[in-house]
Ligand binder design. Structure first.
Ligand code: ZN
Length: 153
């Protein structure tokens, strides 16, 4: 079910409180439904925020021993939404920004981007015997895509 929202008109806040079949997210092996609880707010004309949480579980391999592990993440979302036509030199904001056509806003594209940008690409199992010493858990390694969003601001 795809519902396109026109964020240029209508009533705000828009509450999105729904569970999504994860089949539209291909790069992450998600198990069960993606639970979305997000409010889209428009505090003044031309300013739109999406705030809330995205809850999911996914399967990955331990980065050290390759054991299959299930990870649960709760992504806290606080993002500004701007129209895709916004010119680069006008893109100034203190928040992270998601760009999309505001007249045909697709919530699944937003959810997908939030998941790709926020789930770690390095996970470790809980096994005491697993040797994690050769990998530093620094933020750059754990969330490499965060950097990409910083670059496109
Ligand atoms: Zn391991």
């Amino acid at each position: 079910m795809n519902i396109l929202l026109n964020l240029n008109e209508g009533k705000f806040p828009i509450k999105i409180n729904d569970s999504y079949d994860p089949s539209f997210i291909e790069e992450v092996h998600i198990i069960d439904l993606v639970i979305v609880d997000i409010n889209i707010e428009k505090p003044s004309q031309g300013i739109i925020y999406a705030k809330g949480a995205i809850d999911l579980s996914y399967v990955s391999e331990c980065s050290s021993c390759s054991k299959s592990i299930t990870n649960r993440v709760n992504i806290k979302t606080d993002i500004e939404i701007q129209d895709i036509s916004m010119s680069l030199n006008k893109r100034y904001t203190s928040k992270d920004v998601h760009f999309q056509d505001l007249t045909q806003f697709e919530i699944k594209d937003f959810i997908k981007e939030e998941i790709y940008l926020n789930i770690p690409n390095i996970n470790f199992c809980e096994d005491n015997l697993c040797n994690k010493e050769n990998l530093d858990k620094n933020d750059d390694l754990i969330q490499p895509f965060k950097k990409i969003r910083d670059l496109i601001k």
